[in-house]
Design a protein around this ligand. Structure first.
Ligand code: SAH
Ligand code: ZN
Ligand code: ZN
Ligand code: ZN
Ligand code: ZN
Length: 496
């Protein structure tokens, strides 16, 4: 059998967090992650290091087998490359530029749309092919409106909350007594906190933004922004930034802190959960001794179909019914044309019954579940839950003994509920594992339950990596709908 064929047949990949302090090699995005290919029957493939942040090798081409020897020359070339990828200015320099900028008269305040930088007087028209625009004081306070949202579909698409959803989040957190918000990948939330503080209508809140988008360093000082990679908990500015985080997590004067993260939806759950756990650990160490093993309150915003994965990694979390709205997502913004329901939810370790969802928007309290639920989510007496995940009204199937999506019908030959046009008798998952397809075990016993999204790190056929061995090709079998494949399909629908 041809090698590529064997590889094509493989199923998923898993991220490995080795215990011990073996250090991973670094790409421009900090320490890489160790991946392991997992075959159909659960057999393990050769491990390799690849970028933590970029799903597409076009965006970061780092690749190294775990057992590969790296020559001194290649090592140096890599370090040079990592250095050359640093931003044009240091955060310090950006801060002093900002102070100068803020003191300029209005007609001299310009922003280059091509470079996405605030321009100082000598820099106007430096590149005649670039377009610059005037910046008002109000615009300066809304960097998430001024900056063009990154739209790299695979790694770093930026979907910004509607003001409505941001205000809901802030009102809710304020009502719960939080006075400090750690904004991880939520620049618009940070911006709104600062705006609300200016308005003086609300309880003042502090915020710290951790984000990989360095453009934000132009607008925020060192106590407000750290250049951070949430997939490997890496601070690009090292110790100085981790000290800023520590100071922020210290709850002096009874200021309670909460994290709100909105990672890119294509991101791997396991490394994110790992980073958030590390943040929680840091917080815990800074607590006064009486709150011994409490967890830091957190809200992780992510599509509902990741629920099993998130709960597997963070069992103390629960998914809430609240649907998060975005301004610039074509599929689910709250539009004039009628609203498409957003698939994005809040996952949190804050007690669900404390998170009051707005009645005016169709949420109500289920006293049996002790949480707020969406109007169409009806409590099922047989399952004893409000079962709906996707916002539609689910119905109970007595043969399956559980609630299922409204579009599903019970199929006698498959012995379970499925879409009416499902490939009948083929994909029942009855005789094999629903996750990896192996016939040797069931899902519960699956050794590779952690494996996730089969299409990650598909090598770019055109990238001329001549002296580097190529990573394996991962291809999900078209017909087999594993958890990962189903999520991948939904993800594809999201990234329109
Ligand atoms: N809804 C949020 C924005 C979410 S978009 C808001 O309105 O504020 C995802 C955010 O995560 C972006 O700000 C993006 O820059 C950031 N991001 C993407 N990859 C990241 C990474 N590896 N580490 C840290 N932040 C990242
Ligand atoms: Zn990288
Ligand atoms: Zn209920
Ligand atoms: Zn039911
Ligand atoms: Zn059924």
């Amino acid at each position: 059998m041809d090698v590529t064929e064997a590889i094509d047949d493989s199923f998923g990949i898993d991220v490995i967090f080795p215990d011990g302090d073996k250090t991973a090699p670094c790409c421009p995005h900090g320490p890489t992650l160790l991946f392991e290919k997992v075959g159909k029957g659960g057999e393990k493939g050769r491990r390799f290091y690849a970028c933590s942040a970029c799903r597409d090798r076009k965006d970061c081409k780092f690749f190294q087998w775990e057992d590969e020897k790296v020559s001194e020359a290649r090592h140096l070339a890599r370090e040079a490359e990592n250095k050359s990828n640093r931003p044009q200015f240091t955060h310090q320099q950006y801060c002093s530029r900002f102070r100068k900028f803020a003191s300029l008269p209005l007609h001299e305040k310009k922003f280059c749309q091509d470079c996405q930088v605030l321009l100082l007087p000598g820099e106007h028209g430096a590149d005649s092919s670039h377009t610059s625009m005037a910046v008002t004081a109000a615009q300066l306070r809304r960097p998430s409106v001024l900056l063009r949202p990154l739209d790299n579909k695979k790694s770093n698409a930026q979907y910004l909350f509607t003001d409505h959803s941001s205000n809901f989040l802030l009102d809710t957190l304020a009502a719960l007594g939080y006075r400090k918000v750690l904004c991880v990948g939520t620049p618009r939330l940070q911006e709104l906190i600062k705006l609300r503080n200016l308005e003086q209508k609300h309880e003042p809140m502090k915020s710290l933004l951790l984000d990989i988008d360095f453009r934000y360093a132009q607008f925020y000082n060192k106590d407000e922004f750290c250049h951070y990679n949430m997939f490997n908990h890496y601070f690009f500015d090292g110790e100085a930034s981790s000290a800023v985080l520590q100071a922020f997590l210290t709850e002096s004067d009874g200021d309670k802190v909460v994290m709100v993260a909105d990672p890119p939806f294509g991101g791997l759950v396991k490394p994110l959960a790992n980073s958030f756990s590390l943040i929680s650990q840091t917080w815990r160490k800074l607590q006064s001794s009486d709150s011994g093993n409490a967890d830091m309150p957190m809200v992780w915003i992510f599509p509902y179909f990741f629920e099993p994965r998130i709960l597997e990694c963070l069992p103390s979390f629960a998914m809430l019914d609240y649907q998060v709205d975005y301004d610039n997502h074509p599929l689910y913004k709250h539009g004039k044309t009628g609203r498409k329901q957003s698939p994005v939810r809040l996952f949190t370790n804050i007690s669900p019954r404390d998170v009051v969802l707005p009645k005016e928007e169709g949420y109500r309290f289920c006293s049996l579940c002790q949480r707020f639920i969406w109007s169409l989510n009806r409590h099922c007496a047989k399952c004893n839950v409000c079962p709906s995940k996707d916002g539609r009204e689910w119905k109970h199937c007595s043969a399956c003994e559980k609630c299922v999506k409204p579009s599903w019908r019970h199929c006698q030959s498959c012995g379970r509920c499925a879409l009416p046009d499902h490939p009948c008798g083929k994909a029942q998952g009855k005789e094999g594992c629903f996750n990896c397809g192996s016939l040797k075990h069931k899902l519960k016993a699956c050794p590779v339950k952690d494996s996730h999204r089969a299409n990650r790190h598909r090598p770019n056929a055109k990238s001329g990596l001549k002296n580097v061995s190529r990573p394996p090709v991962f291809k999900a079998k078209a017909k087999r709908k594993s958890g990962a494949a189903r999520r991948a399909k939904k993800m594809a629908a999201l990234s329109v």
